[in-house]
Design a protein around this ligand. Structure first.
Ligand code: AMP
Ligand code: ZN
Length: 706
């Protein structure tokens, strides 16, 4: 369907001065509105291109009618407009994660393991450095000839985001290193926010009706990953350095030496005591697990009094040569471990239990609390998970409860304190009807969640589904954010996904909305038109089938190729004995429960109707294989089994898929190859029984080599 041209604006040359003045005023208003959304609220409603179009139109009006130009016009503002997205940075030395220890035993094991690996004689000392594990986000700073040239987030460890401009605004990061620093030096560490700064920031956010952050770590992450460096500059971020990436020359022989060098160059290092400026006494080098545990206890006690969140202690083999020999296992170094603290807890009053209704109708109980400081952070809501949990814990309105906060998960209610309970309190009765639509809420066999059965009539579900449909990873409709969807729903302009594509009939009404104008409406409608053609995997994901996330949606798209084929095949799946159902189960990642959810979704008349309705508005593109190289395994179905030696199962699967092979989780007559690692079991037997070719890991590698 061609985009509509009805709302086209007249050329600037055809405007008279009155029309031009009116339009310029309107444009300024709109641009300012979008500037605020974009820069301050981090919630843009229109695309970059649309925004540019607004500015361009205003500029040409101001050029044609210089008398209309005003000093405070957005066109007069200097400063670059930030990019929509960060550039990617490949880490020359990958940024790894740490394996965890939760108990004293784990720590002892760690020390033993290291000693064994290095074959240290019993009388040989092994020094291990202990320092607090800061709860922030890791960042790599690259200095060339002593000048900070690049800063990158960890990303997936291999590739992160370029946040150089933002990092340059962080005061505790040296822009320049003193003479004597290596030519190339990458300093790795943690960007974080102190608890006090975090509380203050949230207060300001609240006053200006902006986003409230859940904890200092989220606040730090949200502040660093701002497209506008001015916002980052206004946020109180800090940095601790604790490791090196690429270096052109060795700067020390021990981890402790690295710390000292970093400090001498002006970096802060973990364990710094803010109350004693210049003192960094709170690290230790120990030579036994016992010594490490003492250090752990010390921090465990001190933790509530610290100025920043820590979630454990990191132990690192001190000798860098030992570190080199120890190397890595998968994603973490063998020479370090993070000893995690248990979650932080606090006591408060639970005023009320409210019920939230999610996209698939799940009823989630939420505790509305007397705001309380939990390990340095104010908490006023916490999850009660589900009906069973709530009943098991017998949490009641008015109870004193223990709240727990761990890392960046949502705070939760651990238990109530019945001994402090007021007389006459009653157990909470979990509603058996949806609080939003009044429909019956039921629990299916084996399900923990109680779900609203209202389906399409439930406004809560419908709105959540619409939000999901238009979201980034689904239809990604610029300008159709959560708030707008809610208001379009309230005003009955959008009730089903397909209604989005019929929104243009309200164009005239939309223009009258506050803060909107001709151009914003035009832009929104254009963004919608752009999505009339959509990739199959996005379409499947957008439907919001239970348990079908992006990865599974992609697998389904790969498997079925086209929407028509998917619908036809799934229809046959009603017979659970059919080949079609068998073939659905063979898709990697699709277990019996997910298969049921998929089949049930398409068995529901109203879902089918919604899909048909969408089909009449959209073109769903057939799946195109994103394979880059042709190889002997292209188009083949492969099953991996047993333990692989040279790479992880995940990596093997990714490799196979990039070569255009289909990876399946179970062996059947459709399987072409079974790749058997060590200790392969039943799948190997089945392959033998069916006469399917079995490859060793090495044979597979040779086949996959192109
Ligand atoms: P995790 O993200 O739980 O795998 O833990 C690994 C992360 O801990 C690293 O990537 C760092 O971001 C972070 N971290 C915080 N403090 C330290 C520290 N003192 N030494 C090493 N890593 C740390
Ligand atoms: Zn409902």
């Amino acid at each position: 369907m061609p985009p509509k041209k009805k709302n086209k604006l007249p050329p600037v040359a055809e405007l008279n001065v009155l029309e031009a003045a009116a339009e310029a005023a309107q444009l300024r208003k709109e641009i300012k509105h979008h500037d605020i959304l974009y820069h301050q609220k981090d919630a843009p409603e229109i695309s970059d291109a649309s925004y540019d179009a607004l500015r361009k139109r205003l500029e040409s009006i101001e050029n044609a009618f210089p008398e209309l130009a005003t000093k405070d016009s957005p066109t007069q503002k200097v400063g670059e407009k930030p990019a929509r997205e960060f550039a990617k940075v490949r880490h020359t030395v990958p940024m790894l994660s740490l394996s965890n220890a939760f108990s004293e035993e784990d720590v002892e094991d760690f020390v033993d393991r290291v000693r064994k690996f290095l074959r240290l004689p019993d009388d040989e000392k092994l020094e291990i450095l202990a320092e607090p594990k800061i709860d922030g986000l890791s960042c790599s700073l690259r200095y060339e000839n002593g000048v900070l040239v690049q800063a990158a987030t960890r990303g997936d460890g291999e590739e992160g985001e370029d946040v150089t401009t933002n990092v340059k605004t962080i005061k505790s990061i040296p822009q320049k290193l003193p003479k004597g620093a290596p030519e190339v030096l990458e300093v790795r560490g943690e960007v974080y926010m102190t608890r006090r700064d975090f509380e203050h920031l949230n207060k300001m956010q609240e006053l200006t009706e902006q986003k409230i952050f859940a904890n200092p770590r989220n606040a730090a992450a949200g502040s660093l990953r701002q497209l506008d460096p001015n916002i980052t500059a206004s946020r109180p971020l800090r940095f601790f350095g604790y490791a090196l990436g690429e270096v052109s020359e060795q700067i020390a022989t021990t981890q402790e030496g690295v710390r000292q060098k970093l400090q001498s160059w002006g970096f802060w290092v973990p364990g710094i005591d803010f109350r004693k400026p210049g003192k960094h006494l709170r690290t230790a080098v120990a030579i036994s697990a016992e010594g490490l545990l003492k250090f752990y206890e010390f921090y465990y006690e001190e933790r509530p009094n610290l100025e920043y969140d820590i979630d454990g202690i990191v132990y690192k083999v001190n000798d860098l040569e030992y570190q080199r020999r120890l190397g890595f296992i998968s994603r973490s170094p063998r020479w370090a471990i993070a000893h995690k603290f248990p979650a932080e807890q606090a006591e408060t009053i639970l005023h009320k239990i409210t019920i939230q209704v999610g996209r698939t109708g799940t009823l989630t109980p939420v505790a509305e609390l007397e705001p309380i400081n939990v390990g340095g952070v104010m908490v006023s809501r916490a999850t009660l998970h589900n009906e069973d949990e709530l009943q098991r814990k017998d949490v009641r309105e008015g109870d004193y409860v223990i709240i727990q906060r761990a890392g960046d998960v949502i705070p939760q209610v651990v238990k109530s304190l019945p001994e402090k309970r007021k007389r006459g309190s009653k157990p909470f009765t979990f509603p058996d009807h949806c609080p939003e639509c009044g429909s019956l809420a039921v629990r299916e066999d084996g399900e923990v969640a109680r779900r609203c059965t209202g389906g399409l009539v439930c406004p809560a579900q419908a709105v959540e589904r619409l939000k999901h449909f238009a979201s980034r990873s689904a239809f990604d409709i610029e300008g159709l954010g959560d708030k707008i969807i809610q208001s379009f729903w309230d005003e009955k302009m959008i009730q089903t996904p397909a209604d989005i594509f019929r929104l243009k009939k309200y164009a005239a009404d939309l223009k009258e909305r506050e803060g909107w104008g001709e151009l914003s409406v035009k832009n929104l409608l254009a963004a919608i038109e752009q999505r009339r053609t959509i990739a199959l995997d996005r379409f499947i994901y957008a439907l919001g089938i239970r348990q079908v996330g992006q990865a599974t949606a992609k697998k389904l798209a790969q498997h079925y190729g086209s929407l028509e084929n998917l619908l036809a095949q799934i229809k046959q799946c009603k017979d659970r004995k059919s080949d079609a159902f068998q073939s659905l189960l063979e898709i990697d990642d699709v277990g019996p429960a997910i298969a049921e959810d998929i089949v049930n979704f398409f068995a529901e008349a109203h879902n089918l109707r919604a899909v048909k309705d969408l089909q009449s508005e959209l073109t769903v593109e057939d799946h195109v294989r994103t394979q880059t190289r042709e190889s002997p395994v292209t188009g083949k179905t492969v099953v991996f089994t047993g333990k692989l030696v040279t790479m992880s199962r995940e990596e093997a699967k990714a490799q196979a898929e990039s070569l255009g092979a289909k990876v399946s989780g179970s062996v059947s007559k459709n399987t072409d190859y079974v790749v058997a690692g060590e200790e392969a079991g039943s799948k190997l037997k089945k392959a033998a029984a069916l006469g399917i070719k079995v490859l060793s890991e090495e044979e597979w590698q040779n086949l996959a080599k192109v």
